[in-house]
Ligand binder design. Structure first.
Ligand code: HEM
Length: 122
């Protein structure tokens, strides 16, 4: 069975998605200060590995980081509606830049909206 990961173009697609997303974060005055590391490359690697695993690609994320427990991992960061909306804006721009088939784009966006909502902690 073809996974979503394979259907949208595999690692290359997720590399482009997450790279584009972090270009947005790097220029965002609300989000950029939340990232503890000066260099966003590590955060980019972690988010890319997570999304690849979630959508049916290699499970490198869990090999390197263990169980995702994403809500718990976000507790150190104050995520209110403004942070959620900024995160989703950059992610939405990044998803649309991929020019996926409409049903794939919709599926990806629906998941990301749901996941971002579940990360609210403030
Ligand atoms: C890590 C912010 C939503 C997945 C982080 C980090 C920050 C952050 C500041 C630490 C960066 C680092 O890894 O060094 C936010 C904000 C969100 C949000 C403001 C707004 C709602 C999400 C969503 C997902 C996600 C929706 C998944 C779909 C991840 C992953 C990591 C991470 C996988 C790395 C976890 C680890 O292995 O340590 N996030 N995040 N985030 N975020 Fe988010």
């Amino acid at each position: 069975m073809t996974t979503f990961y394979e259907a949208v173009g595999g690692e290359e697609t997720f590399r482009r998605l997450v790279h584009r997303f972090y270009e947005g974060v790097a220029a965002d005055p609300l989000l950029r200060p939340m990232y503890p590391e000066e260099d966003l490359a590590g955060a980019e690697d972690r988010l890319r590995m997570f999304l690849i695993q979630y959508w049916g690609g290699p499970n490198t994320y869990s090999q390197e980081r263990g169980h995702p427990r994403l809500r718990m991992r976000h507790v150190p960061f104050t995520i209110g509606e403004a942070e959620r909306d900024a995160w989703l804006k950059h992610m939405g721009d990044a998803v649309r830049s991929l020019e996926l088939a409409p049903e794939h784009e919709e599926q990806l966006l629906r998941y990301l909206v749901y996941a971002a909502q579940s990360m609210l902690n403030a």
